[in-house]
Design a protein around this ligand. Structure first.
Ligand SMILES: [Zn+2]
Length: 433
């Protein structure tokens, strides 16, 4: 416990790096050892956190981990409270790193003839489980791209889990249940997901924000995933900040101890989201194209440099696109892209105009060597589209995307660039094609 508090303190002060060492969405420093961090509160951190509260009349879990966590989480809880039944669980949202821990507890209840734990979730959660079932292959592909390791293991493929534990009790705006001495106030705020729930336990001054706070730029812009809700998210964070919480257990990353720190973390995150949404809407209201908006929004660097708001997972520019998608349509304001020619046909014409693929490769290399990897990526894509079988193209493309990945702090951006590099190593533009 002293170790964890010290770790959290150093994290807060920015003494521990979140880009790799304490990245919020990777497995943790203590190899998933569950740990009592306050009286009757068992903290468990894997990819996501899964926290167990002893109410004095049964346990309640706030999130329950991934498939890979099921056995180790159950063992951790049972080492802590060998006999106490699990009465309930709250799923903060439908994502697969939060919902797979109940199996062993349900089997226990059945064997002992006790009531099964009651699962609480938002009313839109079943729709999202159904959505997953319809898009298993898509989710396998996009999460392979997102989570491929920086060193680029080309054999890495993620399969998406099927079969979900649907909630027993759903609610729309708020729901309170009591267990033992504690009240669990469930609040709905659309944020990273449509079905996000945050939980407030006033008797303990304990706040579980789910993925509305994750020790990084919020996952509000994820390029491959469904709509996020930036402004409502910020409003929810402001509501949480007014509660006077003294212990916050984020959906990812480590606990924050102390009311002042919790308030600062929540309000700064809200301010970041509001700044990006506000600027994006102001530009949209002038009729600007998406291209203009992407390059004219000024990122609030003072906020992005906070140890708990660094862009180590999502990229702040991606959030602009989320806002565009929510308030606008898919048309980005470029008339040639409204009913476009296939990208390969476009590329062939440009490469021909450039005098052939070797001229394009030469320019791509010089741009990369000048440090303009962004433009180098555009050129190498045209080359790869025009001549998809060319070994020289894939060799340079591998190098350019490895370098591009290497300069990203955002692991989402790094993952997609790394996937492009390892695909070219296999002689393909996209490893799934
Ligand atoms: Zn999560």
């Amino acid at each position: 416990m002293a170790d964890l508090r010290d770790f959290c303190d150093r994290l807060w002060k920015g003494e521990i790096d979140t880009t790799f060492e304490a990245h919020p969405v990777t497995s943790p420093w203590n190899d998933r050892q569950a740990e009592e961090i306050a009286d009757g509160v068992l903290f468990f951190k894997s990819v996501a956190s899964a926290n167990t509260i002893d109410t004095g009349d049964g346990l309640v879990m706030l999130d329950t981990g991934t498939r890979q966590d099921t056995a180790v989480l159950h063992a951790g809880v049972r080492a802590w409270r060998p006999e106490t039944p699990l009465a309930a669980a709250v799923f903060s949202h439908h994502h697969v790193d939060h919902i797979f821990g109940l199996g062993p507890f349900e089997r226990e209840a059945e064997e002992q003839g006790r009531p099964a734990p009651v699962v609480y979730g938002h009313e839109t959660m079943p729709w999202h489980f159904d959505r997953y079932s319809r898009t298993l292959g898509y989710n396998g592909a996009i999460n392979t791209r997102q989570f491929i390791r920086p060193q680029g293991d080309s054999s890495f493929r993620m399969t998406w889990p099927d079969g979900y534990r649907y909630p027993d009790v759903v609610y729309r705006d708020r729901l309170t249940f009591q267990r033992g001495d504690l009240h669990f106030h469930l609040h709905h705020t659309r944020g990273e997901t449509e079905d996000a729930t945050w939980t407030w336990i006033p008797e303990r001054k304990l706040l579980a924000p789910g993925d509305l706070f994750i020790w990084a730029v919020p996952n509000a812009g994820n390029p491959q995933k469904v709509q996020r809700f930036v402004g409502e998210w910020a409003a929810g964070l402001r509501e949480m900040a007014g509660l006077g919480a003294e212990l916050m257990l984020p959906g990812h990353g480590y606990p924050i101890f102390g009311a002042e720190r919790i308030e600062a973390a929540l309000l700064d995150t809200a301010a970041l989201l509001e700044s990006i949404e506000g600027q994006t809407l102001a530009l949209m209201n002038t009729g600007a194209s998406l291209d203009t908006v992407l390059h004219e929004v000024q990122m609030p660097e003072d906020l992005l440099s906070k140890p708990y708001l660094r862009p180590v997972y999502d990229h702040p520019q991606f959030i602009i696109r989320t806002v565009w998608r929510l308030y606008g349509g898919w048309y980005e304001g470029e008339p040639d892209n409204l009913l476009p020619a296939p990208r390969q046909a476009q590329a062939r014409v440009w490469v021909e105009l450039a005098g052939g693929v070797s001229a394009v490769l030469e320019r791509a290399r010089s741009l990369a060597d000048e440090g303009d990897l962004r433009l180098a990526c555009h050129l190498i894509e045209y080359a790869a589209l025009a001549e998809p079988e060319s070994g020289a193209v894939h060799e340079l493309r591998t190098e350019i995307y490895k370098r591009r990945a290497g300069e990203q702090t955002s692991s989402m951006a790094r993952g997609i660039f790394t996937f492009a590099a390892v695909s070219s190593e296999e002689g393909k533009r996209d490893g799934f094609a």
